[in-house]
Ligand binder design. Structure first.
Ligand code: GDP
Length: 295
């Protein structure tokens, strides 16, 4: 457990270990370092505060000070709590046993939404499940072509209507085509914006209400920290989300935004994106992420 921590945290916890017996002041110093580390990992302030309150309460309640190995005990409490908050593990797409399952993908422009549509198609194909992609982003002229290119690369059918102006109708027609073609999953690539705006939210809410997707996933750019949290809050208010995909975790980002996004939305983190290729999608595992956040 200690090995994955940064040098700073390691030596702090080691010095706690060395003491044999902790004082409440030592313990609070240790927790202060955890707090600092989480803030540096881009976990939002309010989330860190409530996390620290919880952990401190548990640490005191579990009599860390009285235990034989108080340093270890303290780290364990922090780890367990993080894993708990980041869970539950649920990367199932909850496909229906019969008929077409509709998955709606939403997120800000540039979050990696369209790429993730391709990644999910690839995942399904690997399981011999036939997907169909729907180009429901009518805002960005290049979006339809981008999805067509992905469809060609992956050999997955794409439903698109050139010059269409009602994404609800496009989605409905896409679902119909999937039924006719015997596809089992429809993935709706909806419009994104550079920032949250009411028009975008109204459009997504309309698709949600009229097309009634079985699963609604929010795609969040893991490199954007606090922005990710703000946008997640807005999407969560407008739509009934079923899961989150956090992209771009192949970079240096510590991934603290995951904790905040989880806190704000309350829905499972389904997958993480770890690259631009279509196979760079991993089921989310809280244990792996915990070490990264607490570096
Ligand atoms: P959209 O506007 O939300 O549909 O975003 P795109 O799917 O077009 O992705 C925006 C950029 O992010 C593209 O250059 C993608 O290749 C890149 N991207 C998407 N997911 C990942 C990821 O997990 N890791 C990395 N490094 N790049 C990604």
């Amino acid at each position: 457990m200690f090995e994955s921590l940064s040098d700073g945290l390691q030596s702090a916890f080691k010095s706690l270990r060395g003491k044999g017996k902790l004082t409440e002041a030592n313990m609070r110093d240790g927790l202060k370092l955890v707090e600092q580390s989480m803030l540096e990992a881009d976990v939002s302030y309010s989330v860190v505060q409530s996390f620290m309150e919880h952990v401190t309460e548990k640490a005191v309640g579990r009599r860390v000070l009285m235990s034989l190995r108080p340093g270890e005990e303290l780290v364990k409490i922090v780890y367990d709590e993080l894993v708990d908050i980041l869970g539950p593990v649920d990367s199932s797409l909850h496909l229906k046993a019969d008929g077409v399952t509709v998955i709606m993908m939403c997120g800000l422009q540039g979050s990696g939404k369209t790429t993730t549509c391709g990644k999910l198609s690839q995942l399904l194909k690997e399981q011999n499940i036939k997907p169909l992609l729907v180009a429901a982003d009518l805002q960005r002229p290049a979006a339809i072509e981008q999805l067509r290119v992905i469809g060609r690369q992956l050999d997955v059918p794409v439903y698109a209507e050139e010059g269409a102006n009602d994404p609800v109708k496009v989605c409905q027609a896409g679902v119909k085509q999937a039924q006719q073609q015997g596809a089992r999953v429809v993935i709706l690539d909806t419009a994104g914006r550079l920032a949250i705006d009411k028009e975008l939210m109204d459009q997504l809410a309309r698709i949600d209400k009229r097309v009634k997707p079985d699963q609604v996933y929010l795609v969040v750019d893991g490199m954007t920290g606090q922005d990710a949290v703000n946008s997640a809050g807005a999407f969560n208010e407008a739509l009934e989300l079923d899961g989150v995909v956090m992209t771009k975790l192949d970079g240096d980002a510590r991934g603290g935004a995951l904790l905040s996004v989880k806190h704000v939305t309350g829905v499972p983190i389904k997958f993480i994106g770890t690259g631009e290729h279509f196979d760079a999608l991993e089921p989310f595992r809280p244990e792996g992420m915990t070490g990264r956040i607490l570096q």
